[in-house]
Design a protein around this ligand. Structure first.
Ligand code: COA
Length: 259
């Protein structure tokens, strides 16, 4: 793997992989890595159907935003850094294809915030989670407070964010911070199998479902339910709806068109 590249991008056809690649710094998220994520998203090929995010090396998914880089920021520069993180992380939520975080080792601060912007989080049993920002005199700056409340509820969010406590994978699972916990040597296989299920599903349906779920997560129930009706209707203006239902009735596997 190229040590100069802060983000390694692998095109495996419908499955795309982004690997955070600063293993010597436990994949800490500096400005360059955040910009590389943005560029990686710009360059995703049209055939991409699912994106997997992971961290290089055997120690971390990401141990947070880069403390060395943040140390000397002015208030204005810090706000700009946070804003940029928000913009880029929000792209993972807004994109049509699902994003899977494959988490091993440390997943702290900004690393946890990146994981929370993904649709699924599958973790090694040896992963360690936490929001240590308050122990550094700051707060999560990449959307973590809102997304952790959405993902795990206010009680868990208060416990994690106000104490800076680190928790193990079993606790993260119990709190609803991650979807599944796997033995370290089973993680990759399970991630690939979840990715495969997404790839086998109808692309338009997956995209519309992701949009409906994002609206549901934002809290306004009436708007979310109205949007679901619209999106459900919209599915029937796609060829994939015909393909999926015809294939079911003919007892054949669907051959998706993606439109
Ligand atoms: N920002 C910048 N560099 C980081 C980093 C971060 N968030 N987390 C780890 N690193 C760097 C360390 O400075 C060290 O670099 P060096 O070898 O050049 O000195 C390298 O990664 C390895 O980390 P180290 O602290 O030596 O490993 P450890 O096993 O002793 O401890 C952690 C691991 C995760 C407990 C510890 O690195 C840590 O607490 N990191 C910060 C976590 C954090 O507060 N994140 C939120 C940031 S807002």
């Amino acid at each position: 793997m190229d040590k100069e590249t802060v983000l390694c991008v692998e095109d495996l056809g419908p499955i795309q992989r982004f690997r955070l690649n600063r293993p010597d710094k436990l994949n800490a998220l500096n400005g360059a890595l955040i910009e590389a994520l943005d560029r990686g998203l710009n360059a995703l090929p049209k055939h991409a159907r699912v994106l997997i995010l992971s961290g290089a090396g055997d120690r971390a998914f990401a141990a947070g935003a880069d403390i060395q880089e943040m140390q000397a920021l002015s208030a204005e520069e810090a706000a700009a850094f946070s804003r940029r993180g928000h913009e880029v992380f929000a792209r993972f939520e807004a994109m049509e294809i699902p994003v899977i975080a494959e988490v091993h080792g440390y997943c702290l601060g900004g690393g946890c915030e990146l994981m929370l912007a993904c649709d699924f989080a599958l973790a090694s049993s040896q992963a360690v989670f936490g929001f240590p920002e308050v122990t550094l005199g700051v707060i999560p700056g990449f959307g973590g407070s809102a997304r952790l409340v959405e993902r795990a509820g206010l009680t868990a969010a208060r416990q994690l964010i106000l104490t800076g406590d680190k928790i193990d994978a079993a606790t993260a699972l119990r709190m609803g911070v991650v979807n599944e916990v796997l033995a370290p040597d089973a993680l990759r296989t399970r991630v690939d199998s979840v990715a495969d299920k997404v790839v086998k599903a109808g692309p338009r349906g997956v995209a519309m479902a992701k949009r409906a779920l994002a609206l549901a997560a934002q809290g306004d129930r009436r708007t979310a339910l109205a949007a679901e009706t619209e999106l459900f209707g919209l599915c029937f203006s796609t060829r994939d709806q015909a393909v999926g239902m015809e294939a079911f009735l003919a007892r054949k596997p669907p051959v998706w068109l993606g439109h």
